[in-house]
Design a protein around this ligand. Structure first.
Ligand code: NAI
Length: 700
């Protein structure tokens, strides 16, 4: 029978055992209706005099995957009974309760299971407390019950890492009284019957003790390790302190420490950032005007054009996913070099023990190098990664249009060029899309999926699915110069150059931004990428516009042959074979000369100003991108920056950072910059930003 008024938990009585089955698709997240359902079902089972023991179980997919994130911060999420109350009901239930666990048993789900008096589990059930990953700690008794069931060290490892562990590993501990192969429910009922028959004592986890004579020494060691590993993030240390409070103290005292830690983490900017990112990653996969059931085009074979920096990495993504690739180059030499680089990358991974020799061979066997388009007739997807030049792209796409089968997706990895123009080189613009990978393409997680004016819905949907297959996080961008990320980067770079001209040195600017949390400052990044690339682009653009290039500091460096790391000097100098940037008086003199030639009297610039200008330049361009509909939501922009540009995770992305600072404060600063004599017009605050600030709103 089903409990009245609630369809989430059914109750079935078999002999003296009541089986309570939670079924709240997809993963039994502990939303209000499930919480209330468990409480009601317990009442039903308790009221039935025939019932002497209870089994609480879920579905094959999940006992419960934890809190319902969609209820975070809503009235439903706060509605009683809360999870701690439900766990208390289980723990204090007059009839013994056996948790029967299959699939995911995570976070609040595991805390719920630990409220049962006994637990049985399928061997591969996944048990974990992943709260630390969103900057929290398990807040429903998990930090106290887990060490009481598996011991201090094992519990601490699980809670601080957040990683799930297979139930079979807990056989022999009170966390899993019995591992059940085969039919879990039948096994759980048999176990409950044994509890009744043998009158096994229903021990509450809270009444157990954490006994570990080495506890203090272990905790001291753990404090050092965790402290060193969790820079910027308070959660791991709070997890540790909460678990430490389980040693030699009452359960209630430990829970008080847990509670305090939980509430302080909940209010911390780091956890807000991590929760924002968690939701943002899920949101990015949803395309507002694309039906969720859009049929996908099958992708079984891929063609990649160009085996240079990007083409090689792109190829590896597909080989890793078991999808064969034909890789096209212009000359045998370039092809050999590209293939050799792929092999070397795999062999390096093998040397680290992460790939077996036969796997390397398997992957290399799945790539076919070619100098002709012959192998392209049956590819389902082509990704072009040739030189960033429209004429070259034109030839490639005209050829693809001729040789590829109907329905093949034709993608360009262009960084800046107009995808609609590229689509226009074919008679099938609906099949053309931008797939903008980041370097190194086999490592970086971000993929900008550039939607052209005519890109078909199923091409877009398939591109998103392909991203998932090759383990990328995809964000949809509209067509514009540089798409979301590089368009913003241009403003950020200009802000950094402006600071350099005005009085700061590369090492100060890089240091300030790295202090903020950026993985690498803009000048170190420039030296890494090569200063010749931007120089060539600027020269070409000036020539196209028929004007003379007015050299910037970057141009002066390049003119002097200082291309960055590859030539041993750029903004910094580098010792042979090393990558550490060393501040260079030659650069300082060059900057001083530039200032003198342009009538600039250098002023003292604070690190705060460096961060403010560079970040607000990003935010302002982000607002324009949002307003123009290039990005569907502010959180998509954050995902781009976090995954493609080394933006610090604990800040949650530039747009969330702006929200944290307060949009009115951002607008005030931008107006100040825009009012300076000779200021670049891009400092004018974007209309959307002004509107949101005036209305007291945020981006996210
Ligand atoms: P690259 O110069 O390292 O490689 C380009 C390769 O394409 C060369 O090996 C060249 O021989 C080959 N190629 C040129 N024309 C060809 C043709 N008609 N047929 C076959 N092969 C041809 O350049 P990279 O850096 O790999 O860039 C490729 C594309 O990816 C460009 O559009 C670039 O804007 C874009 N991109 C580059 C990123 C980077 O960090 N390098 C990041 C994201 C996108």
């Amino acid at each position: 029978m089903t409990t009245p008024g609630n369809t989430c938990v059914s109750v079935r009585v078999q002999g003296a055992v009541a089986v309570l089955t939670m079924d709240r698709p997809p993963v039994n997240s502990l939303g209000y209706d499930l919480r209330v359902g468990i409480a009601d079902a317990l009442d039903v089972a308790n009221a039935n005099p025939a019932v002497q023991a209870i089994v609480l179980t879920g579905t094959a997919r999940a006992f419960s995957a934890g809190a319902d994130v969609t209820e975070f911060g809503t009235s439903k999420g706060a509605k009683e009974p809360n999870l701690r109350v439900v766990i208390g009901l289980l723990e204090n239930n007059p009839k013994p309760v056996v948790g029967a666990i299959a699939g995911q048993c995570l976070g609040g789900g595991l805390e719920l299971a630990m409220g049962c008096h006994f637990r049985v589990a399928a061997p591969d059930a996944q048990l974990g407390l992943p709260e630390v990953k969103i900057g929290l700690l398990p807040g429903a008794g998990g930090t106290q019950r887990l060490p009481r069931l598996i011991g201090l060290e094992a519990a601490l490892n699980m809670i601080v890492s957040g990683a799930p562990v297979a139930a079979a590993k807990f056989a022999g501990t009170p966390l899993v009284d019995k591992v059940i192969d085969g039919d879990l429910t039948a096994g759980a009922i048999a176990f409950a019957e044994e509890v009744i028959e043998r009158k096994l004592p229903a021990v509450r986890a809270r009444d157990r003790k954490v006994t570990d004579p080495q506890a203090e020494a272990f905790l001291q060691f753990a404090r050092n390790t965790v402290g060193a590993m969790s820079k910027h993030f308070p959660a791991p240390m709070k997890c540790l302190e909460a678990v430490a409070a389980s040693v030699g103290q009452s359960f209630d005292k430990g829970v008080a420490v847990e509670r305090e830690g939980f509430l302080s983490l909940m209010a911390s900017p780091e956890s807000k950032a991590l929760r924002h990112v968690f939701m943002a990653e899920r949101a990015a996969a949803k395309i507002p005007d694309l039906p969720a059931d859009t049929a996908l085009r099958p992708i079984k074979k891929v063609g990649v054009i160009g085996a240079g920096t990007m083409g090689g990495g792109i190829t590896m993504n597909f080989l890793n996913a078991g999808i064969p690739v034909v890789l096209l180059e212009m000359k045998q030499e370039a092809l050999d070099k590209g293939l050799a680089t792929i092999r070397r990358n795999y062999e390096n991974t093998m040397k680290k023990g992460k790939l077996k020799p036969e796997q390397v061979e398997q992957r290399m066997a799945a790539v076919t190098g070619t100098l002709s388009y012959d192998g392209f007739a049956d590819v389902d997807l082509v990704i072009e990664a040739v030189f960033e030049n429209m004429d070259v792209k034109k030839t490639v796409f005209e050829t693809l249009d001729k040789v590829c089968k109907p329905g093949a997706i034709l993608a360009s990895n262009t960084s800046y060029l107009n995808v609609d123009t590229i689509a226009g080189f074919t008679r099938r613009p609906q099949d053309v899309v931008g797939l903008h990978f980041f370097s190194p393409a086999n490592v970086m997680r971000l993929l900008e999926v550039v939607r052209g004016a005519k890109t078909a819905p199923d091409v877009l949907a398939t591109s998103m699915a392909v991203a998932k297959t090759i383990k990328k996080i995809a964000v949809v961008s509209g067509v514009c110069d540089g798409f979301i990320g590089n368009r913003m980067l241009a403003r950020y770079g200009a802000a950094a150059q402006g600071l350099l001209n005005a009085g700061a040195l590369p090492q100060q600017i890089d240091g300030a931004l790295q202090g903020y949390g950026m993985a690498m400052g803009p000048f170190r990044m420039g030296d890494l990428a090569g200063l010749d690339i931007g120089w060539a682009t600027r020269k070409r653009k000036a020539a196209e516009a028929g004007v003379e290039l007015k050299p910037s500091v970057a141009d002066k460096l390049a003119e002097a042959g200082r291309f960055g790391q590859k030539t041993g000097a750029g903004y910094y100098r580098y010792e042979a074979g090393k990558r550490d940037p060393i501040p260079d008086p030659v650069t300082e003199q060059l900057i001083a000369d530039y200032r003198a030639a342009n009538g600039i009297t250098p002023r003292k610039i604070s690190n705060d100003e460096v961060v403010e200008r560079c970040m607000f330049a990003l935010v302002n361009e982000g607002a324009r991108i949002l307003e123009e509909g290039i990005a569907a939501r502010a959180s998509d922009i954050d995902i781009v920056y976090l995954n493609g540009y080394g933006f610090p995770l604990h800040r949650g992305g530039p747009m969330l950072y702006a929200d944290t600072v307060g949009l009115a404060n951002v607008v005030r600063a931008l107006r100040r910059f825009a009012a300076e004599p000779g200021a670049d017009p891009s400092w004018q605050p974007a209309p959307l930003l002004v509107r949101l600030a005036d209305e007291g709103k945020t981006f996210n």
